[in-house]
Design a binder for this molecule. Structure first.
Ligand code: SF4
Ligand code: SF4
Length: 136
């Protein structure tokens, strides 16, 4: 079975120069898509990435990372809507693909249903009041 996970890798300065991404691709057949990275040759670093591959390959890749001292954690992303900040402009409700943010009629009040949210981040980027936040 194929898995696709968003994960965060954390590693110390000794690991920074190791070709860990290359190894995941070449030795474990995993597809990686780096979403965020902060790597400083003299300090700790982290990578946020999407990893896709067969279950077994994924498990072996995780084992490899642990064996060289890289911690790997599943990334939990969550969007929260801050009602007090919301200006009820309705912009996000026209953009939200799942109607997690919606304009209710006839009251015209904006509401948020977290269980419908797929964390596409469209609202986070477009809200003029910064009333929607992304949390890890
Ligand atoms: S875009 Fe922001 S301010 Fe406007 S309705 Fe949505 S959450 Fe509220
Ligand atoms: S992150 Fe995407 S799905 Fe979730 S509320 Fe915002 S626009 Fe809708």
């Amino acid at each position: 079975m194929t898995v696709c996970k968003k994960v965060v890798l954390r590693f110390d300065s000794k690991i920074v120069e190791k070709p860990i991404i290359y190894s995941l691709i070449k030795d474990y057949g995993l597809i990686t898509n780096i979403l965020k990275a902060e790597i400083n040759p003299h300090k700790e670093g982290y990578l946020v990435m999407e990893v896709t591959g067969e279950n077994q390959q994924y498990a072996e890749g995780v084992e490899y990372l642990n064996s060289i001292g890289v911690s790997i954690d599943a990334l939990d992303e969550k969007v929260t809507w801050i009602e007090e900040k919301c200006m009820q402009c309705g912009l996000c409700t026209g953009l939200c693909p799942t109607h997690a943010l919606k304009m209710n009629r006839p009251s015209m009040n904006v509401t948020f249903e977290g269980e419908k949210c797929i964390v596409c981040e469209i609202c986070v980027k477009s809200c003029p009041a910064k009333a929607v936040e992304l949390h890890f």
